[in-house]
Every structure is written in C-alpha cells, then in structure tokens.
Design a protein. Structure first.
Length: 308
C-alpha cells in the first residue's frame, strides 16, 4: 500500500491541536436518507467555530465525472469554481468544548489507503473515540421517533439506543471499513445508522438531523445548537400531517406502518420492522406518490433539494 500520508496535507493549525479529543465523522455520497449527513455537516460548519487541520487530495479520491463540481457562470465567463472538500477540522461545540470533525464526500477511490490515512491522523492526534453517522430508508412511520442501529464496540450505547440489530449483508461504505479497522485495533468506535421513513428518504428531513446530533451527543457528551432544526422539523411534519389527514389511503398506509413499528418495539415476535406477519410491505411508491406534490412545493418554496 502507498504511504497514507500522500492523501492529505496538514495545515499549520494542526500543530496546536489538543490531543485526546473525540472525532466525529459524516461523509456524503451513499444513500444519506433524509439528507441526514448533509444537513448535519452543513449545520455544524455554519453554526460552530472550526479550523482546518488536514485536507484530503480531491484528485486522488474523487471521481469528478460521477460527482461534477459546481461552476458559476455569469453571462460571459466562469466566475467561481466550488471546490469539493474532504477535510479534518478542529471545532468547538456550543459550550466551547473542542473536538475533531471529518466531513465531506465519501471517497470514490483508494478506500484502504484513505482508511489508513484516517487511522494515521487518529494516532497523530491521540483521538479518544470515533463516532460516525449514516442514514438509510426503512418502512417506518414519520409519526414515531426516529430509531437508530448502533454498531461498533461501545456496548453501553448499543444496549441503550440500538432498536434494530440485524444479521445481514449490506452494501458497504467507507466508514464501515473504518469502523472495522478501528475495532480491530481496540479503538473506541460507534456508528449510528438512522432509520428514516422510506417515503421521506429523498427529502431533507430536519428531524433526522436532530436525531443524528443527539446520537453524537450520547456518544461524546458534546452539545450542539438544534433549536432551528427542531423548528424546521415541526413545520415539516405539520405539512406531512396535512397531507395524511386529507387522504384516507395514505392515512391507512401510515397506520399500518405505525402498527408494525409499535408491535416490534413491544417485543412482539415479528422477525423485523421491515415486514408484517404476512411478509408484505406497504408500497413506497404508494406513499411517495401522495406526497410528491407537497415535496415538490416545499423544494420550490424554501430552496431545499433532495440529498445526493
């Protein structure tokens, strides 16, 4: 394997970065149901003080033709190139507590070298723990609290918070690989996979971002400003409820999801929250079709877009 240090450049601020801080990771590009990671990353960078301490090499890690960067064209010329960013930062939470924050795109190439590079940085800064977040679509209702599946070696978090513990094969992302390698080295690591209503997976669902931040707090003790996200989440859910109340078929489908969710949470012997006793699922298309007009209207009026 090539030297992992080839993939990143250290910034001068890295020399003064305290050792022994927790690391929080969120990378976009794979699934990201409800725009959870994208929202959390943007929110933290907008709301918190932060400084770059290491920047990864786009030309080595990014497939530009698959995820083309934005260029701003004004009448006769290109005036701006919005450079993709994958960077490690020193940030401070709402009370000023420092932590490390790794955000940006999930690498398209050199996964093993990238993971080794992150491990190298973890060792360099003597990181105390690593926490990462991700989100997947699931047939669960929007009327219930967003559940999480917790992985890693933080048993206290798994016992307290993990509502679904499957044994299965899944398409991996680079943070799965990072968790696997950190677990092998006995580094403290926890991954939170948020279970997002499948009919809202292509929206920016503010409540999912709140749950992601709450999960990070549970793992690290860090505190984040969430009032704005909570208000946006209440407004979003209120509009969804208007659609449900005005459509009996949609109400029936959501009711079915509620029954299956509640049965599962009450230890009813269902194999998983994915299916009922008959093994059938409500159609994602059936629900999504009813919400399409609302979601299109929301994107047009408040500027939100579907997650990449």
């Amino acid at each position: 394997m090539r030297d992992p240090a080839e993939l990143y450049s250290l910034r001068p601020a890295g020399e003064d970065t305290p050792r022994g801080l927790p690391l929080v990771v969120g990378l976009t590009g794979f699934v990201d149901a409800g725009g959870a990671v994208a929202q959390v990353s943007e929110y933290l960078l907008d709301e918190l003080d932060h400084t770059e301490i290491a920047v990864f090499d786009n030309d080595a890690l990014l497939d530009y033709r698959a995820r083309r960067p934005i260029m701003v064209f004004e009448e006769t010329r290109i005036t701006e190139y919005r450079r993709p960013s994958l960077a490690l930062r020193l940030a401070r939470d709402e009370l000023g507590a420092p932590f490390l924050l790794l955000t940006g795109y999930e690498p398209d190439f050199r996964w093993e070298q990238f993971v080794a590079a992150v491990q190298q940085l973890i060792e360099r800064f003597e990181v105390s723990s690593t926490t990462w977040v991700h989100a997947i679509p699931m047939p669960v209702p929007h009327t219930r609290a967003i559940g999480v599946t917790v992985s890693g070696n933080r048993d206290e978090l798994i016992d307290a918070l993990s509502v679904w513990r499957p044994s299965t094969q899944v398409p991996g992302n680079v943070l799965h690989l990072l968790e696997h390698e950190l677990h092998a080295s006995d580094h403290s690591v926890a991954g939170f996979v948020l279970l997002v209503p499948h009919y809202l997976a292509d929206t920016e669902f503010p409540s999912v971002a709140v749950t992601a931040l709450e999960s990070i707090t549970a793992a690290t003790g860090l505190l984040f400003p969430t009032d704005q996200l909570r208000e946006e989440g209440r407004d979003f859910l209120g509009r969804i409820e208007e659609q449900v109340e005005g459509n009996s078929e949609l109400a029936r489908l959501v009711g079915t999801l509620e029954e299956r969710h509640d049965s599962y949470m009450q230890d009813n012997p269902l194999p998983s929250p994915l299916a009922g006793e008959d093994g059938e699922l409500p159609s994602a298309d059936s629900i999504a079709a009813e919400l399409e007009q609302f979601l299109a209207h929301r994107r047009g009026t408040d500027g939100t877009t579907a997650a990449e």
